[in-house]
Structures are given as C-alpha cells and as structure tokens.
Design a protein around this ligand. Structure first.
Ligand code: NAD
Ligand code: APR
Length: 248
C-alpha cells in the first residue's frame, strides 16, 4: 500500500523551491543511533546534553574528544542510505532545492547532495578551541585532545554544542530557504532543539506546504499538511519514484 499521499506527490512535481530539514532519523538506517534513542554500548551512561557542551569540554576535554572520535569512527564505517540517495534524485529534478541538516555525519554530501547547509557543523572537521580556526591536520603526539599547531591550545570537533550559536551564514540561508519555499520537508527530527526546529514553523507561517516524515507519532505544535509515519528509507524512495517515474 502506498505510504505517500498522492497530493504530496503532485505538490513535489509542481514545486519550484523545496526546503528540507533533516535530523538524526535520516541516518538511523545507516546504522547511526539517533540522539534520543538510548545510546548504545560504551556511551549509554552519558546523554548528548551532558557531553555536547563547552562546559563538558572544559571539565573533561579527553572524554568529550573521545566521544566524538568514537562517533567519527562509526560514521567512517557506515554508508548513506536510500533516504539520503532519494534526496539526491530530488535535488536533480527540483529547480531549487535547499537541504538543511542538523546532522554532523556528512552523509548527505557523501550521497551526492550538492547544496547542503550544516547547521551543527561536521564531525570530520576539527578546530582550535581558542581561535576557532579549522585545523586540517595536526601532529599526533598521543595527547588527547591533540594540541593546536598554531597556539598549542586544545583542538575540538567543529560541531555546534548545546548553548552555542549556530554558524550564522548557514542559519541565515536556512531561514531564507524556509521562508521562500513552496514545499518544506521535515525528515527524521524530533523537532525539540532550537533554532533548527523553528524553520518548520516558519515555512508553515509563510504558506508553504509542509510534509513531516518521522518514525514516531509525535505531537506537533503546528500540524503539518502531510504527516507520514514510517522510515525515511522507505518513504522517500517511494515519493521520488512516483514523482518522476521516467527517471528512477
Ligand atoms: P539553545 O536553545 O541553547 O540555543 C541554540 C543556539 O541557537 C543559542 O546559542 C541561541 O542563541 C541560538 N538561537 C536560538 N534561537 C535562535 C533564533 N531564532 N535565531 C538565531 N539564533 C537562535 O539550544 P541547545 O539545545 O542548547 O543546543 C545548541 C545547539 O547545539 C543546537 O543547535 C543543538 O542542536 C546543537 N547540538 C549539537 C550536538 C551535536 O553533537 N551535533 C549535540 C547537542 C546540541
Ligand atoms: N525514519 C524517519 N524518522 C526516524 C527514523 C527513520 N528511520 N529513525 C528515527 N527517526 C526519528 C525519531 O522518531 C525521532 O523523532 O528521528 C528523530 C530523531 O530525533 P533526535 O534523536 O532528537 O535527533 P535530532 O532531531 O536530529 O536531534 C536534534 O539535537 O542533540 C542535538 O544537535 C543534536 O542535531 C541534534 C539535535
């Protein structure tokens, strides 16, 4: 049975400008645990709110560095899934598509998406804790976290932590895309973290058609026009296949 309402298929075929907000759920089928899932294994006793903060890094830089190193190794071992690939196909057919992600795993880019706004940074990048400059390489002295080659201070993941501001340029572009799109997708995000979550409300307020694709049935303050419950890895390929049958 079709998971995707035909009204949404039509809206996608007609859309000129599409904006998409993705969260950890779109990478779940690649094998990366989402934040609100119970963290598995070694990290089960921590939760992201305790680790992904500047205070946690000041308190225990080694622990925080190793948590991100663990996640970086995981990301390097997994592949983009059918949901990421469906968004690549969508980008090839929609006149203007902006992909806004809260994820730091870089899987959208690895799948082939061209226009990706990373609101929360990227695990693969490292920056100086003091100067905030991105550091492409450093000497591995065995010290954890490694030292900045320029100032000797600690290096940190180039990821936005709780309480920190988002990269202004990416967030401004995301707001603009959400405000101007005709069709907005929220995919695999619990929508509990600001300011990313505000983009869906903004799109709705500006008159866009909003489609929410999520595994869970979660209460929403602004009911979207389309709320599809299920796995992004199943729903998105069906949506794209029905929108452009000649292509896929
Ligand atoms: P928060 O409410 O503390 O603040 C989010 C940041 O965004 C604040 O600095 C705030 O100034 C800014 N902000 C909030 N609303 C805004 C708006 N409307 N316009 C512009 N700026 C706005 O959020 P938080 O829950 O503490 O998390 C902070 C950020 O860190 C979030 O984006 C969160 O998703 C991110 N984070 C990333 C990871 C990770 O590992 N990638 C883990 C945890 C949190
Ligand atoms: N398909 C679709 N949705 C899924 C799937 C799937 N296969 N698996 C899980 N989900 C949904 C869950 O139902 C949940 O609503 O994905 C969402 C994951 O939510 P979170 O774990 O809260 O992840 P996210 O929304 O990305 O968190 C936002 O908070 O911790 C910070 O910065 C971090 O970017 C993260 C932000």
């Amino acid at each position: 049975s079709a998971l995707v309402p035909s009204g949404l298929v039509d809206a996608l075929r007609k859309a000129r400008r599409v904006a998409i907000l993705t969260g950890a759920g779109i990478s779940a089928e690649s094998g990366i645990p989402t934040f609100r899932d119970a963290l598995t294994g070694l990290w089960a006793r921590f939760n992201p709110e305790e680790l992904a903060t500047p205070e946690a890094f000041q308190r225990d830089p080694k622990l925080v560095w190793e948590w991100y190193a663990h996640r970086r190794e995981l990301v390097e071992r997994v592949e983009p899934n059918a949901a990421h690939r469906a968004l690549v196909t969508m980008e090839q057919h929609v006149p203007k598509l902006t992909l806004i992600t809260q994820n730091v795993d870089g899987l959208h880019q690895r799948a082939g998406s061209q226009n990706v706004l990373e609101l929360h940074g990227n695990l693969a990048r490292v920056r100086c804790f003091h100067e905030n400059t991105v550091i492409p390489s450093w000497e591995d002295t065995g010290e954890v976290p490694p030292r900045c080659p320029d100032c000797g201070g600690p290096l940190r993941p180039d990821v936005v932590w709780f309480g920190e501001n988002l990269p202004a340029d990416a967030f401004e572009k995301a707001v603009e895309a959400a405000a101007q799109c005709d069709l907005f997708f929220s995919i695999g995000t619990s929508g509990v973290v600001e300011p990313a979550a505000s983009l869906t409300r903004l799109a709705r307020q500006m008159g866009a058609t909003v489609a929410l694709i999520n595994l869970d049935v979660e209460p929403r303050d602004v009911p979207p026009l389309y709320q599809i419950h299920g796995k992004a890895g199943t729903i998105l390929p069906e949506l794209v296949q029905r929108a452009w049958p000649e292509r896929t």
